[in-house]
Design a binder for this molecule. Structure first.
Ligand SMILES: Cc1ncc(COP(=O)(O)O)c(C=O)c1O
Length: 464
């Protein structure tokens, strides 16, 4: 995480003072020895309110409540969330689901999932290694390998868990993970588990990645260079051929996370290799998830037959975890079939997203480096502005999620729009018009954050 991340724009020191005041009764200054002696023993029972981060969450919630901002998370949807969705009985134009190709609820895909349940039940009831292997697992893996131009593939129950278990298993203390500064949390968690040195480089900067590798390349250990094919928060791309060259020059393994690239990049939606017309074998590890374009649940790794054979014997998240539910595997497999048969869905998705991007830019909004393939951020520069803007749009029938501190640095707080092939042009034009109007209105009505914080602090002091 970038070091300068600030709570509501407060400096680190101000934030620490604020949290200290909220957390603790006022007391006289003590020496550190006295403090140690005075420190209360650990609580006998687990109290979530005392866990790390809990005070910060409380403070954020109190501040939002004081500013009249409703909780934008855990909204209850009903029915299928596509270009539209139903929340609390009301219809919304929806920009908050990964259903890029509009395949969720497709009759052929739902029928395939139901047929899989009829044939194999709702669970395979064992790890695949022991007695959980079903034909649908292998058919899905072969289809994914073919899409990525790889020799083989292994599919696991979760996308996040796939990255964690892969990095945790592949690397050790004498290795190094060099990754884009905006890489997904699952890579960071996997790196932490592995014990390898973790070295971020500035977003998309392959020259910086080369410098980091040149300095940090362990003499005996391995180096893994990790990028995303299409970045989930910003909707921009790495220069993949340049990263391939850097990886080869520094004898690093190259891994590309295709979570938001499959079904989005390349004329047929085959992802980054198709988009950049590279030989897929130049990338050592293709990783992807089934939860985005493929409207299912799970993660996968594609690569050489030798690599996949090895991983299937050693990956703890595969060997010691249940095999994918047959319905999830069958749904993803059917989604691949529909995607390959109807490439127009990819073209429509890209067209809608680039229309959204162009209109938002013309309206003076900050859309960062998005290429307008399926993800368009609208950067507000403050969590409060992002939350207020999302709330104002919600009131106008538009569902879009704000991304707030600490998920991104405070100055990068944003709304993130996911486009789908099913969004109509009129829906996009109306949404962007409302977005431009509301962001101007909100920018013209700044909130008194300092006053709110003072009131919260005074309230906290009263409670002490
Ligand atoms: C880049 C990236 N990798 C991995 C994941 C994890 O995938 P899943 O949500 O399918 O667990 C995500 C999830 O959004 C992601 O954006």
């Amino acid at each position: 995480m970038p070091a300068e991340r600030n709570l509501f724009g407060l400096s680190q020191q101000a934030k620490a003072r604020l949290l200290e005041t909220l957390a603790a009764p006022r007391r006289e200054k003590r020496s550190s020895a006295e403090s140690l002696r005075a420190a209360p023993p650990p609580a006998a029972r687990l109290r979530a309110a005392e866990l790390e981060g809990a005070k910060e969450i409380r403070l954020i919630r109190d501040a939002a409540r004081s500013l009249g901002i409703a909780n934008p998370f855990f909204r209850m949807h009903d029915g299928i969330a596509g270009a539209e969705t139903t929340i609390d009985g009301r219809r919304f134009v929806n920009f908050a689901s990964y259903n890029y190709l509009g395949l969720n609820g497709h009759p052929e895909i739902s029928a395939a999932a139901k047929a899989a349940i009829d044939r194999w039940g709702t669970s395979v009831s064992a790890s695949r290694t022991v007695s959980g292997e079903r034909p649908v697992h292998r058919e899905l893996e072969q289809a994914l390998a073919r899409l990525h131009g790889s020799e083989d593939c292994v599919a696991l129950v979760g996308g996040h868990a796939t990255n964690v278990t892969l990095l945790g298993c592949l690397l050790g203390r004498s290795d190094v993970v060099v990754h884009d500064a905006l890489i997904h949390n699952s890579i960071l968690e996997g790196a932490r588990l592995s014990g390898a040195r973790r070295l971020p480089f500035p977003h998309r900067d392959h020259e910086a990645a080369a410098r980091v590798l040149a300095e940090a390349r362990p003499r005996n250990g391995h180096a893994l260079l990790v990028i995303e094919g299409h970045y989930s928060m910003d909707g921009d791309l790495p220069d993949l051929p340049a990263f391939i060259e850097v990886a080869r020059r520094h004898r690093a393994w190259l891994m590309v996370d295709e979570a938001h690239a499959l079904g989005v990049l390349g004329a047929a939606g085959r992802g980054s290799a198709e988009h950049f017309a590279i030989d897929p074998r130049e990338v050592d590890i293709w990783m992807g998830t089934l939860s985005k374009s493929l409207v299912s649940c799970g993660g996968y790794i594609a690569g050489s037959a030798e690599l996949i054979d090895h991983l299937k014997l050693v990956l703890p998240g595969f060997v010691f975890s249940v095999g994918m539910a047959p319905s999830a595997a069958a749904a993803a497999l059917a989604a691949i079939t529909v995607m390959e048969r109807e490439p127009d869905r990819v073209r429509r998705l890209n067209h809608r997203a680039s229309l959204f991007l162009r209109l938002a830019r013309d309206g003076g909004l900050d859309v960062g480096g998005s290429i307008g393939a399926s993800i368009v951020p609208v950067i507000t520069g403050s969590s409060i502005r992002a939350a207020r803007l999302a709330q104002a749009l919600f009131a106008r029938g538009l569902n879009v999620q704000p991304i707030l501190y600490p998920a991104v640095p405070e100055r990068s707080a944003r709304l993130r729009f996911f486009l789908t092939a099913d969004h109509g042009e009129a829906q996009i034009r109306e949404a962007v018009a409302a977005l431009v109007e509301e962001s101007r209105r909100i920018a013209a009505e700044p909130v008194d954050l300092a006053g709110t914080m003072r009131r919260l602090l005074a309230g906290a002091a009263d409670r002490v």
